[in-house]
Design a protein around this ligand. Structure first.
Ligand code: G4P
Length: 530
C-alpha cells in the first residue's frame, strides 16, 4: 500500500460524553468489533477515573492503564481506526479539549434518559471551534428514555446543531423493540442480553405493508409509521456536506451495554466520517495530509507513565506523510533536529514499539523535557508550524507555596514541568513574580494531582490555599500595562509562563466592570498557548 492509500483508510476520532453516559462501554464494544481486545472490561478500570480522588490516583499510579486506554488503534474492514479516549472526570476536561484538537471527528455519547448534560455542552463547544463532524450515539435505550423527538429537539436547542436521525428507536426500556434503519428500511430487533458478536436479527421490509407487524406488534408498528412520517416531513434533510462542516449531526439510537446498534453505528460512521483532514498552519495555509513529508504536533504530554523509568511521553498526532522509527525530524519550537527513537503506539492495554505510522495516527515518544503542548515536528525540508492549541480558562485557583523553603529549586522545576504538560496552569502575580505562584485548573481535582505529583516525583511538600476567584481572561492588547487598568479590588493582575498578561476575577461581574471602565481593553476566554 502506498502512503496515500494508508492515509486514506485512516479514521481518527475522539469520544466525548458527560461522565456515565456510556463512553467507556461504547469504546469497549467498538474495540471488540475490531478484535483489539478479547473481552469486555479490559479497557480500563472504569470506575477509577471518574469517582473518588483516591481511585483516580490509583489509576494514575498504574499509568500504563490510563494512558494506554487514551489512544487506541484497531483495524476494521480495511479501515485503520484511531480512537482517542478522553478522561471521564470533568476536572480533567482540559485534557479532553486538547485531545479533540488531534481528532478529525467526534462521537458524542448521550444518555437517553438525561439528554445533553453539562459536560457534553462544554466539550461540544470545542468541536464547534474546530468545525469537525460530530456523530451522536444516544445510549441506554434499554432503559427508560426520553421521547426521541424531545431528545433531538434537546440536542438542537442546547448545542445549536441540527440533527438527522439515522435510525429510529421502537419503544424504550422494558419495551424496547429495536431500531428502524431509515436508509436500509429495515428493523433490527432487540432481544435484551448481550448482543455480542453475533449477527443481529434483521428484518427487511417496508412501512407501507405489514411485514414488520410480526416483529414488533401492531401497536409499535403504528407508532413507528407515525414517527417516520413526522421525521420525513418535519426533520432536517440529510446532507453529508453539512455533516462534515459540523452543522448537522447524524444521530443513532442504541444500547452499548447490550451491544445493540453498535456495529451498525460503526459501519455508518466509518462511511460518513472523514479520512485525516488537512491541518491548519500558523500562517493560515492548510497542509495536505497526503504529502510525503512527515509532520506532527504534540497534543498531550504525560509524565512518569512508567514509575520504574520516570519517563515522560509526548503524544503527537501525525498530520502528514509517513513516520519511520528512528527518523530525524525538526523540532520547530526547539529550533533543532532530533531523532525520534522509540516511538510507541498504544492498543488496549499494551504499548508497543512501532516501525512506521501515517498521517492520522497518534504516536508517543519519550520526552526528555523538551516538548511543550502544541509543538510542531516535521521533516526538515517541510518547514511548517501548526496552529497553536488553545488553553481554556481555568475556573479554580489556588495559591501554592512549598513547605520547606530549602526546596525552592525543586519546587519551581516540578511546577513548571507539570504546567508544561498542561496538567495545570501557572500564574505569577505581576508585581510579585515567582514569589507567589497561583495555579489554575478546570477542576479542583487537578490541584490534588499536583500536590501528589510534586510529593512523589519531586519530593516537595506544598501548601495549597484555594482562592476565591472564578474566572480568568487573557489581555489581548499588546503593550498595555495592566497596572494602568481600572479594576475592582478583587481582581488580580497576573502573567502566565509564556509571559502573557491576564486578569483573574472573582466573578463575571468583575469582568463586566473591567470592560466598562477600560473601553480599550480586549479580553479573551481562550488563550493561544505556545
Ligand atoms: P462513561 O465512560 O461515559 O463514564 O460511562 P460507562 O461506560 O462507564 O457507563 C456508565 C454506566 O452506565 C455503567 O454502569 C455502564 O454499565 C452503564 N451503561 C453503559 N451503557 C449502557 C447501556 O446501553 N444500557 C444500560 N442499561 N447501562 C449502560 P455502572 O453501574 O456505573 O458500572 P458497571 O458496574 O456496569 O461497570
Amino acid at each position: 500500500m502506498n502512503i496515500a492509500e494508508e492515509i486514506q483508510r485512516r479514521r481518527t476520532f475522539a469520544i466525548i460524553s458527560h461522565p456515565d453516559a456510556g463512553k467507556t462501554t461504547l469504546t469497549e464494544k467498538l474495540l471488540l468489533y475490531g478484535g483489539a481486545i478479547l473481552e469486555a472490561g479490559s479497557v480500563k478500570g472504569k470506575k477509577a477515573n471518574k469517582h473518588a480522588v483516591s481511585d483516580w490516583m490509583e489509576i494514575e499510579k498504574k499509568r500504563g492503564i490510563s494512558v494506554s486506554s487514551s489512544v487506541m488503534q484497531f483495524q476494521y474492514e480495511g479501515y485503520c481506526i484511531n480512537i482517542l479516549d478522553t478522561p471521564g472526570h470533568q476536572d480533567f476536561s482540559e485534557d479532553t479539549y486538547r485531545t479533540l484538537m488531534a481528532a478529525d471527528s467526534a462521537v458524542m455519547v448521550i444518555d437517553a434518559s438525561k439528554g445533553v448534560e453539562a459536560q457534553t455542552k462544554k466539550l461540544f463547544k470545542v468541536c464547534l471551534l474546530r468545525h469537525i463532524p460530530v456523530f451522536t450515539f444516544i445510549n441506554k435505550m434499554d432503559r427508560s428514555a426520553m421521547d426521541p423527538f424531545v431528545l433531538l429537539e434537546h440536542i438542537q436547542s442546547e448545542l445549536g446543531i441540527e440533527t438527522y436521525a439515522m435510525n429510529w428507536p421502537i419503544g424504550s426500556g422494558k419495551e424496547f423493540q429495536g431500531v428502524y434503519e431509515r436508509d436500509h428500511r429495515r428493523i433490527i430487533a432487540f432481544h435484551g442480553g448481550d448482543h455480542g458478536m453475533q449477527a443481529a436479527e434483521v428484518t427487511e421490509g417496508s412501512l407501507e405493508d405489514d411485514s414488520f407487524v410480526d416483529v414488533i406488534g401492531a401497536h409499535f408498528f403504528e407508532k413507528l409509521k407515525e414517527d417516520s412520517e413526522l421525521l420525513d416531513i418535519a426533520g432536517t434533510e440529510f446532507d453529508i456536506e453539512r455533516v462534515s462542516r459540523g452543522e448537522l449531526t447524524p444521530v443513532f439510537f442504541g444500547s452499548a451495554l447490550t451491544n445493540f446498534g453498535v456495529q451498525p453505528f460503526l459501519e455508518h460512521f466509518l462511511q460518513m466520517t472523514t479520512s485525516p483532514l488537512p491541518r491548519e498552519c500558523a500562517d493560515g495555509e492548510l497542509l495536505d495530509p497526503k504529502r510525503e513529508e512527515f509532520s506532527a504536533f504534540v497534543f498531550k504530554i504525560q509524565a512518569n507513565m512508567n514509575k520504574a523509568h520516570r519517563d515522560r511521553i509526548a503524544f503527537m498526532r501525525i498530520c502528514s506523510g509517513r513516520f519511520e522509527k528512528g527518523m530525524e525530524v525538526e523540532h520547530v519550537q526547539g529550533k533543532r533536529k532530533i531523532k525520534l527513537a522509540q516511538p510507541q503506539q498504544f492498543m488496549a492495554q499494551d504499548r508497543e514499539i512501532i516501525e512506521e505510522a501515517f498521517a492520522g495516527d497518534v504516536i508517543g515518544v519519550f520526552d526528555p523535557g523538551i516538548f511543550s503542548i502544541g509543538d510542531t515536528l516535521c521533516d526538515p525540508s517541510l518547514k511548517v508550524e501548526f496552529q497553536k492549541i488553545p488553553t481554556f480558562a481555568p475556573e479554580h485557583f489556588a495559591r501554592v507555596t512549598q513547605k520547606d523553603t530549602m526546596k525552592r529549586k525543586q519546587f519551581l522545576k516540578g511546577i513548571t514541568q507539570i504546567a508544561q504538560e498542561g496538567a495545570i496552569q501557572v500564574f505569577q502575580e505581576i508585581n510579585i513574580g515567582m514569589e507567589e505562584i497561583i495555579v489554575g485548573g478546570v477542576g479542583v481535582l487537578q490541584f490534588d494531582v499536583l500536590e501528589q505529583r510534586l510529593k512523589s516525583e519531586y519530593n516537595v511538600d506544598i501548601k495549597l490555599e484555594i482562592l476565591p476567584y472564578q474566572c480568568v481572561r487573557w489581555i489581548l492588547n499588546e503593550g498595555l500595562d495592566p497596572n494602568t487598568l481600572n479594576l475592582t479590588s478583587e481582581s488580580k493582575r497576573v502573567r502566565d509562563l509564556k509571559g502573557r498578561n491576564l486578569i483573574i476575577f472573582a466573578n463575571s461581574w468583575g469582568i463586566k466592570w473591567a470592560t466598562q471602565q477600560n473601553p480599550q481593553l480586549q479580553l479573551a476566554e481562550v488563550g493561544n498557548v505556545q
